[in-house]
Design a protein around this ligand. Structure first.
Ligand code: ZN
Length: 179
């Protein structure tokens, strides 16, 4: 993926110190153009709509371009299957006019549930990156461990724990505010 060149002006001989990860100060940070950064932004937007803060992004692996991005819309659509992953995968496939996405990666802020894990397999996603682990509702590393079942005919590569702390903090803050 091409990364933007840093400004090469004489005005900044010393690069600014790396920002510490500050989950509570997300709005103060510059826009994060990475796929997981975009997924986290979708999750924050979902929280602002009163949805459980989960966001998902489908990326064309070779080009790094984002095909689709979505947050949870369970409440807005009155549809318990309107998880971020389902919406993003459907939108990406629709955009391409193809039912499978074998050259695409899915980034999601939370370990997918069993339904979404099955959908990820059906869509033939190349690689799954997820943020926080979900011992209660997850279906990849927990519960049915769907990709390990003999009934699962496509297993994506799985990378869990990507920016886990930020994703988990979003969920924690959301549910804490509702208590
Ligand atoms: Zn799900």
């Amino acid at each position: 993926m091409p990364s933007p060149e840093p400004p090469a002006g004489p005005a900044s001989p010393v690069p600014p110190a790396a920002q510490p990860p500050a989950a509570g100060a997300a709005d103060a940070r510059p826009a994060d153009a990475t796929p997981m950064g975009r997924a986290l932004a979708e999750a924050r937007a979902a929280a602002a709509r009163g949805e459980v803060p989960v966001g998902a992004v489908v990326v064309e692996a070779e080009t790094g371009s984002i095909l689709a991005a979505a947050g949870n819309e369970v409440e807005a659509r009155a549809d318990p299957t309107a998880h971020a992953e389902m919406l993003a995968l459907r939108a990406a496939a629709a955009r391409r006019g193809e039912p499978r996405l074998p050259d695409c990666d899915l980034y999601v802020t939370l370990e997918p549930c069993p339904m979404c894990a099955q959908a990820i397999s059906f869509f033939r996603v190349r690689r799954l990156y997820f943020g926080a682990y979900d011992p209660k509702g997850g279906g990849v590393e927990h519960g049915p461990r769907l990709f390990d079942q003999p009934s699962c005919h496509h297993r994506p590569e799985v990378v869990g724990g990507l920016r886990e702390a930020e994703a988990a903090a979003l969920l924690r803050d959301f549910f804490a505010a509702r208590r």
